[in-house]
Ligand binder design. Structure first.
Ligand code: MOS
Length: 742
C-alpha cells in the first residue's frame, strides 16, 4: 500500500528552483506598468505630525503621489482578529491621524514611476513633529506592569499559575537559587525583506506579498478596506525566511494597496533593512526572576518563575514565557507569574520559539546554577527531577523522550569527557566549557484543509493555502501525499501560497507538518475513496459493481480484493470520470485526545565554547541537539531545520540585540553591520539528531513539529558552557565580550 516515502531523507524538491533563481518571491512578481512606493518613517518616537511638505516633493521627477494622513483615504478598519493578531487592542491604523506612537511609524508614502525617483522624493519629504520623549525601557516599570488581559480569556499564556506553596517552600529549602535574567529585544532579519506588490482591478485587489499566512492577510486586508473577503487574493509561493515576522499583516501591506489605488496602477513596495526594525514586530525584551529550592540531594522543592514582557500601548502581545516551568520538572511547589510593561514601541510579535526560548533560558540557567551548588552533574539533576506526568496540567504526556535525548546526546557529544570543575578545561590559552540545557515546545495542531486532485495522466495535484518559509514544506508535504496515494514523489505536484486554495493555518507555531500534513493525508484518502466510488459505478471499470471494501488500492492502482492483476490506475479512473477527480478534506485534533494528554516535543542541547581569556571572545566550537519530536517525515530537512534553529540560538546567546536610543526610541543598530547575527565562522560544527519516538496520540501522522524547539535550549546551553569555561555566570543576553572581561 505504501511506497515508504515518509521518512526518506529526500533533498528539497524546490532546491533547484531556489538556487537557479526560478523560485519567485513577492518582489519578483513585477507587474506591467507598475509604480514604486517608498515609506517615509517617523523620525520622532512619540508625538504629533505638524507639517508634511508634500507640495515641494510632488513636483520632483516621476512623482505620482505623496500620501499622508492629510490626504489618505479613510479606511474601514473593520473587525478582524485572526489567531495571529493580538486579542486585545487595535492594530495600527496607518495614515489615519497625526499621532506618532513609535519611532519609524509610517507617516507618508511616496509613489513614483521608478524606485530611484520614489526614494529621492521620500528622502526629500519634509515632515515636522511636536515630539515627546517616549518610554522604551521596561526596567524601571516593573511595579506598574499589568496582568495581560488576554490571559483572562485562556489560551497559551497564563498570568498566574502554580501548585503548592512555592514561597514557603523556597524559604525553608536546604539549597536555593534566586536570580534575575534580562534578554534583549531582537529583530527577525530574514534574508528576504517584507515586500508587497498590489494591483487593483475595480474593487478587486491582488497582493503578491511575503506572508506566512496568506488567508489571514486576505481577511485582514479585506477588513481594513471594507471589501468582501473573496475580492482579495494573496499570492506567495516562496518566503525567504521569516521566523515569525510575516505571520501578521503589517501596515506596509495596507500602504501598498493604498498607493496602488491612488496611483491607478500596480505598485511595488519593499521595506528597507532599516524599516524591518520599525514596523514588523520584534522579540520583546524580557525580564525574569527564577527562584529554585531543593533538598541537599537534589530534589526540587520549590520553583518560582516571574516574567515580564514588553508590549506596545495600542496592542497587547503575549507569549508563553513561563509555561514550560510548570511541567519541565517534577516539583510540588510551583508559582509562575507573567506581566506586561506597556511602552512607546511598535507591537512585538512571535519570533522563533516565542516565549519558550526566553523562559527556558532563565529556567535552564538556574537549574545549571543549582547543579553546581549541589555538586551534581547537571544531567543527573534533571534525571532526579524527571516528572512522571505533566504536573501543571495534571495529565500524562502523550510521549516524552527528554531523558532519552540526554542519554543519546551525552553519548554523542562526549559529555563524560567533561571535567565538572569550572575553569578547569583548556586548549592552549583558550578556556573550554561544556554546557547543557533542556528544550521543550508544544506539539500544536491547528485545523487545516487541503485539496487532492487525480489527473488522467496518473499524477496527482495537491493544493493548500499554506506557506513555506524555508523548512522544506514543499518537499515534506509531497512526501505525505505520495505515500498516502501510493505514488512516486515525481507524480505528485504540490502547490501552496494562494489564498484561494483551501485554507491552512499560519506557517508558524511548528504546527504545519502536523496540521497541513494531516489535512493532505485526509484529502488523499478522500480522493481515493471518491475514485473508488467512481470506478465501482463505471461499467467500463474492471472493478465495476464491487463494494467499497471489495476493492483495494496498491501503489496508486485499484483492484478487486483477491485479484492478482495490476488493476486500474488513478489516471484511467480520472479519464473515465471526465478529466479529473477532486476531494477537499479537513483535519483537526480530536478534542478528547487533546483533553487527555499533554503534548510537547522535548530535546537536550549540548554546547562547547572556547573563551579567549585575554580578549573575551566566545566561540561556539560545537553544538549538538537531540530531539524527541515524534515521527520525522524527512530526516535530512528536519536536521537542516534544527541546525538552522540552533544557529538562531547562537544569535540569541551571543549576538542579537536591538539597541534603542532612550531619548527618542530609535533603534540605533538597525542594520546588519551593527545588529549581529551568526555567520559561517560562528557556526562551524552543529548537529541535530532525533531519537525514535512513536506518539500515537498527537495526530494521524505522529508528528510533533520541529521548527521552534530547535531555538529553545540553545542559548542556555551556551550560557552554561560559558560558565563552565570561565566561572562567570552571565544572566543577560546577549553575552558580550565585556561580560568576559569584567
Ligand atoms: Mo513562528 S515564531 O510561529 O514563525
Amino acid at each position: 500500500m505504501t511506497t515508504n516515502v515518509i521518512g526518506q531523507p529526500l533533498p528539497r524538491i524546490d532546491g533547484r528552483a531556489k538556487v537557479t533563481g526560478g523560485a519567485r518571491y513577492a518582489a519578483d512578481f513585477n507587474q506591467k506598468g507598475q509604480a514604486y512606493a517608498v515609506i517615509v518613517s517617523a523620525t520622532a518616537g512619540l508625538g504629533r505630525i505638524t507639517e508634511i511638505g508634500a507640495d515641494a516633493v510632488s513636483a520632483m521627477p516621476g512623482v505620482i503621489a505623496v500620501i499622508s494622513h492629510l490626504n489618505a483615504p479613510r479606511l474601514a478598519y473593520g473587525e478582524h482578529k485572526g489567531v495571529i493578531d493580538p486579542a486585545i487592542g487595535e492594530r495600527l491604523h496607518v495614515l489615519q491621524d497625526d499621532q506618532v506612537r513609535f519611532w519609524g511609524q509610517p507617516v507618508a508614502i511616496v509613489v513614483a514611476d521608478t524606485l530611484d525617483h520614489a526614494e529621492r522624493a521620500a528622502a526629500a519629504l519634509h515632515v515636522a513633529y511636536i515630539a515627546e520623549r517616549p518610554v522604551v525601557d521596561p526596567t524601571g516599570l516593573l511595579a506598574s506592569a499589568v496582568v495581560p488581559e488576554a490571559t483572562k480569556r485562556g489560551g497559551r499564556a497564563d498570568a498566574d499559575a502554580g501548585r503548592g506553596d512555592a514561597d514557603a517552600a523556597l524559604a525553608s529549602a536546604e539549597v536555593k537559587i534566586d536570580e534575575n535574567y534580562d534578554i534583549a529585544r531582537e529583530n527577525h532579519n530574514p534574508m528576504e525583506p517584507h515586500a508587497t506588490i498590489a494591483a487593483w482591478d475595480g474593487d478587486r485587489l491582488t497582493l503578491w506579498s511575503k506572508s506566512q499566512y496568506v488567508v489571514n492577510e486576505q481577511a485582514e486586508i479585506a477588513a481594513i478596506f471594507g471589501l468582501p473577503v473573496e475580492n482579495v487574493q494573496v499570492i506567495c509561493p516562496f518566503v525567504g525566511g521569516a521566523f515569525g515576522t510575516s505571520l501578521r499583516t503589517w501596515s506596509h501591506v495596507t500602504l501598498a494597496a493604498i498607493a496602488a489605488r491612488q496611483a491607478g496602477r500596480p505598485v511595488k513596495l519593499v521595506l528597507t533593512r532599516k524599516q524591518m526594525f520599525y514596523t514588523t514586530g520584534h522579540r520583546p525584551r524580557t525580564l525574569q526572576r527564577i527562584a529554585l529550592g531543593a533538598t541537599k540531594d537534589g530534589k526540587l522543592t520549590s520553583l518560582i518563575h516571574e516574567g515580564y514582557g514588553e508590549t506596545s500601548r495600542y496592542e497587547e502581545f503575549i507569549e508563553a514565557l513561563t509555561s514550560v516551568s510548570g511541567f519541565l520538572y517534577s516539583c510540588p511547589n510551583v508559582r509562575t507569574r507573567y506581566r506586561l510593561v506597556k511602552l512607546d514601541t511598535g507591537t512585538p510579535t512571535y519570533m522563533r520559539g516565542p516565549g519558550e526560548a526566553s523562559g527556558v533560558f532563565a529556567l535552564e540557567c538556574a537549574v545549571d546554577e543549582l547543579s553546581y551548588k549541589l555538586g551534581l552533574d547537571p544531567i543527573e539533576l534533571r534525571r532526579l527531577n524527571e516528572p512522571e506526568i505533566d504536573e501543571a496540567a495534571d495529565k500524562p504526556f502523550s510521549s516524552r523522550s527528554l531523558l532519552k535525548c540526554y542519554d543519546a546526546g551525552a553519548e554523542r557529544f562526549g559529555w563524560s569527557k567533561r571535567d565538572p570543575k569550572p575553569r578547569s578545561m583548556r586548549d592552549g590559552r583558550l578556556l573550554i566549557g561544556m554546557g547543557v540545557a533542556s528544550a521543550s515546545y508544544p506539539a500544536f495542531h491547528a485545523p487545516s484543509s487541503a485539496l487532492a486532485r487525480l489527473l488522467p495522466d496518473g499524477t496527482a495535484e495537491i493544493e493548500v493555502a499554506a506557506s513555506d518559509m524555508g523548512p522544506g514544506t514543499y518537499t515534506s508535504m509531497t512526501q505525505v501525499a505520495a505515500e498516502t496515494l501510493g505514488l512516486p514523489i515525481e507524480s505528485v505536484r504540490f502547490s501552496l501560497g494562494r489564498s484561494d486554495f483551501p485554507p491552512a493555518p499560519s506557517h508558524g507555531g511548528s504546527w504545519t507538518m502536523a496540521s497541513v500534513g494531516s489535512a493532505i493525508r485526509a484529502a488523499c484518502i478522500a480522493v481515493q475513496e471518491e475514485a473508488a466510488r467512481r470506478a465501482i459505478a463505471d461499467q467500463r471499470s474492471p472493478v465495476f459493481g464491487a463494494s467499497a471494501d471489495g476493492v483495494i488500492w496498491e501503489e496508486g492502482r485499484l483492484r478487486r480484493r483477491g485479484d492478482t492483476a495490476p488493476g486500474q490506475g488513478y489516471g484511467d479512473i480520472a479519464a473515465s470520470a471526465g478529466g479529473s477527480i477532486e476531494a477537499n478534506a479537513s483535519a483537526s485534533r480530536d478534542p478528547d485526545i487533546a483533553d487527555r494528554y499533554s503534548m510537547h516535543a522535548f530535546g537536550a542541547v549540548f554546547a562547547e565554547v572556547a573563551v579567549d581569556p585575554d580578549v573575551g571572545t566566545i566561540r561556539v566550537r560545537r553544538a549538538l541537539g537531540t530531539y524527541g519530536a515524534g515521527r520525522i517525515v524527512n530526516p535530512r530537512l528536519a536536521a537542516s531545520q534544527c541546525t538552522g534553529g540552533m544557529v538562531g540560538g547562537i544569535g540569541m546567546a551571543l549576538m542579537e540585540r536591538t539597541v534603542l536610543d532612550q531619548r527618542d526610541g530609535r533603534p540605533v543598530n538597525a542594520h546588519m553591520a551593527d545588529y549581529l547575527v551568526p555567520v559561517n565562522l560562528d557556526i562551524a560544527n552543529i548537529e541535530a539528531h532525533f531519537v525514535d519516538e512513536v506518539d500515537p496520540h498527537v495526530n494521524a501522522l505522529g508528528v510533533k513539529g520541529l521548527g521552534e524547539i530547535a531555538l529553545v535550549g540553545m542559548a542556555p546551553a551556551i550560557a552554561n558552557a560559558v560558565f563552565h569555561a570561565t566561572g562567570k555566570r552571565v544572566r543577560t543576553l546577549p553575552i558580550r565580550i565585556e561580560d568576559m572581561l569584567a
